[in-house]
Design a protein around this ligand. Structure first.
Ligand SMILES: CC(C)(COP(=O)(O)OP(=O)(O)OC[C@H]1O[C@@H](n2cnc3c(N)ncnc32)[C@H](O)[C@@H]1OP(=O)(O)O)[C@@H](O)C(=O)NCCC(=O)NCCS
Length: 172
């Protein structure tokens, strides 16, 4: 699904009021505003927001460590989910981190978070391990997921297919 009115761009400090609103509703252990502020100052960070007109629809972020992009956050406003916005954000995140030098993406996800796991699987992430009791609020295990090399031709084809499905214009 493509969103002609959806703009994806770099996150700025003035987005943080709305980011915090979605953050608190989306995660049982939300990050604080200060944590986001610090993340935005890191040159190896890539934090994006998706805006629908005046409204913040969601955000995503990653940190680049050598040629690995670690996906740090991804959330879409509850009433705007299942419209392709999470996919669009992930697509733009991959394009951005690739231009920063990333070749692989990795992340941790709660084992029970089926919507996110489904989304990541669609993007070619595969479960490569599990961290026991990783989440301190309920001691849930984390799945560790990795992509293949995102510059490989097979991944390019996947990305093109995702692009035609979920749209996406310029970089953030
Ligand atoms: C995970 C999350 C970001 C997905 O955002 P979204 O905008 O709803 O996702 P999309 O509409 O782009 O979905 C893209 C694909 O992901 C999968 N997916 C997304 N939500 C799903 C769900 N509830 N059940 C099953 N599959 C789902 C589907 O394959 C979907 O494709 P389709 O709708 O074309 O079938 C959103 O559910 C969210 O904000 N969750 C809370 C925060 C969170 O858990 N973040 C991840 C931390 S690791």
């Amino acid at each position: 699904m493509s969103h002609p009115t959806l703009i994806v761009r770099r996150m700025r400090p003035e987005d943080l009021d709305e980011v915090m609103e979605i953050e608190r509703r989306s995660f049982s252990s939300p990050w604080t505003r200060d944590m986001y502020r610090r993340e935005l100052e890191r040159p190896e960070g890539c934090y994006l927001v998706a805006r629908c007109g005046e409204e913040l629809a969601g955000y995503a972020g990653a940190l680049l460590i050598f040629d690995e992009a670690h996906v740090m956050t991804l959330a879409v406003r509850e009433d705007l989910r299942r419209r392709g916005i999470g996919a669009r954000l992930l697509l733009e995140l991959i394009r951005n981190v690739e231009s920063m030098g990333a070749r692989f993406l990795t992340l941790e996800v709660r084992k029970s978070n089926l919507p996110a796991i489904e989304l990541y699987t669609r993007f070619g992430f595969q479960v490569m391990g599990e961290r026991k009791h990783y989440y301190l609020d309920n001691l849930e295990n984390a799945l560790i997921m990795w992509t293949e090399n995102i510059t490989d031709p097979a991944y390019r084809i996947r990305l093109e297919e995702l692009l035609s499905r979920y749209g996406g214009g310029g970089r953030g």
